[in-house]
Ligand binder design. Structure first.
Ligand code: AMP
Ligand code: GLY
Length: 423
């Protein structure tokens, strides 16, 4: 098969490495890819939202499958674009329809969906500038801290958690009236704060049946002890040691099954990955968000634990054989530590040479913000390299990543030194 992977992060490198190991994989292309993906395929400099460019590339290269890494092209309707074109509709898109992608593209849509299908989530209401006064009243009924969510995609910045009622009202006004997040905050979901521990559950589905991938926990804040600004993710572990088989069974019965069945009932075509962000409140799972793609850096710990042929599994999503395929997961645990550029997630410099990538060790270096320049690999983003390791438990995997990340060096290299501190 000829496979195209859209995206340029550690997630795409990790998916690509697994796909490249399949005997079914003949050709592997990344658009745009990074300096790491060049070692396992070919990079084409195309934006993930340039559907016409992707169409031309797919036809020229005889692409059979497109794995969509980030959410943007899905929310923009890449699935429908391919499905509605007679030249393209044989190509398997790993990702849902435009309507399905609204599970991530609109928090209000996701909440309505969860209400309709009795899926446990935080108590909530949606407001616009027309009923902002009702929004203030709703806030008054809740307890601190207050959770405000911009309805649309806001580059991971659209969720605010505020301690005081005054601040919460003020921010609600900024979002609805002053368009703090542009059109993404023309609607705001206000919800009850859930106290508990967060984890992410991943599913692959063909729209009828589903398979549960390993779950993971990521570390989103920039600072040690989980403080400071939100980032794309500074590290992750799989499985989260605080959950067991019974908890996953509960998630399956109360969340995964109703979600897959709900999509069918609502006639929403959904195929590909589904990422369910949960908070475990006591022993009860509650959904805080759906994402319609894999997580980054969760992919860097989830995908390496898959023992089965991932490409073969994904092939089944289109040809009707998905439910018959096996999914075997390694008993080993995995951890990843993200090396980032100094200053991230705010201002940072790029273009520094990265040394040590060719060193052999018992970790995998998944590249993210990197590119090749004059024969060198240089930094090209905030998140630069995810160092993934295995271990018989999460602690030993984390320890191994910390040892091996010392092999890598670039100016401004920064990482959190406490991944797993809370486990
Ligand atoms: P989201 O973009 O919905 O994942 O929200 C970003 C982060 O905000 C999550 O990873 C949680 O840490 C936090 N969060 C979101 N919703 C809630 C909630 N209802 N209660 C507590 N924390 C939340
Ligand atoms: N690591 C969180 C995400 O991918 O959304």
């Amino acid at each position: 098969m000829n496979v195209l992977i859209l995206g340029s992060g550690g997630r795409e490198h990790a998916l690509g490495l697994k796909v490249s190991e399949s005997s079914l994989c003949k050709k592997l292309i990344f658009a745009p890819g990074n300096a790491g993906t060049i070692n396992i395929g070919r990079n084409i400099d195309l934006s993930v939202n340039d559907f016409e460019g992707i169409k031309a590339l797919a036809l020229e290269e005889g692409i059979n499958m497109i794995i969509v890494g980030p959410e943007d092209p899905l929310v923009n309707g890449i699935y429908d674009y391919f499905q509605n074109d007679l030249l393209l509709n044989e190509i398997t898109i790993i990702g849902p329809s435009k309507l399905g992608a609204q599970l991530e593209g609109s928090k209000d849509f996701a909440k309505e969906f969860m209400n309709r299908h009795n899926i446990p989530t935080a108590k909530h209401q949606t407001f616009t500038k027309e009923n902002i006064e009702d929004g203030y009243m709703f806030l008054e009924q809740l307890n601190s801290p207050y959770v405000l969510k911009a309805d649309g995609l806001a580059g991971g910045k659209g969720v605010l958690i505020l301690d005081s009622l005054g601040e919460a009202k003020d921010e609600l006004k900024k979002m609805l009236i002053d368009s703090k997040f542009g059109s993404a905050s023309s609607k705001v979901v206000i919800e009850e704060f859930l106290k508990g521990i967060e984890l992410s559950v991943f599913v692959i589905t063909d729209g009828n049946s589903y398979k549960i991938l390993p779950s993971a926990k990521d570390y989103k804040r920039i600072g040690e002890g989980d403080i400071g600004l939100n980032t794309g993710g500074m590290g992750a572990v799989s499985p989260p040691p605080f959950i067991d088989r019974f908890f996953i069974e509960k998630v399956e019965q109360e969340i995964i099954k109703p979600t897959i069945n709900g999509l069918k009932e609502d006639n929403i075509h959904y195929q590909g990955f589904l990422f369910i962000g949960l908070i475990k409140v006591g022993s009860e799972p509650k959904v805080i968000e759906y994402n319609v793609r894999m997580g980054d850096p969760e992919t860097e710990v989830v995908v390496p634990r898959i023992k089965s042929d991932l490409l073969n599994l994904l092939k089944g999503v289109k040809d009707g054989t998905f439910s018959e395929k096996d999914l075997n997961i390694s008993e080993e645990c995995a951890a990843t530590i993200m090396l980032v550029s100094k200053g991230y997630p705010e201002k940072y410099e790029k273009g520094f040479i990265i040394n040590g990538l060719e060193e052999s060790c018992d970790s995998i270096f998944f590249q993210a913000g990197t590119k090749t320049k004059e024969g060198n690999t240089v930094t090209n983003g905030g998140r630069v390299i995810a160092v993934t390791s295995f271990g018989h438990d999460v602690e030993s995997a984390i320890k191994r990543s910390y040892k091996n990340l010392e092999l890598l060096d670039f100016k401004g290299k920064h990482f959190r030194k406490d991944i797993g501190f809370d486990l």
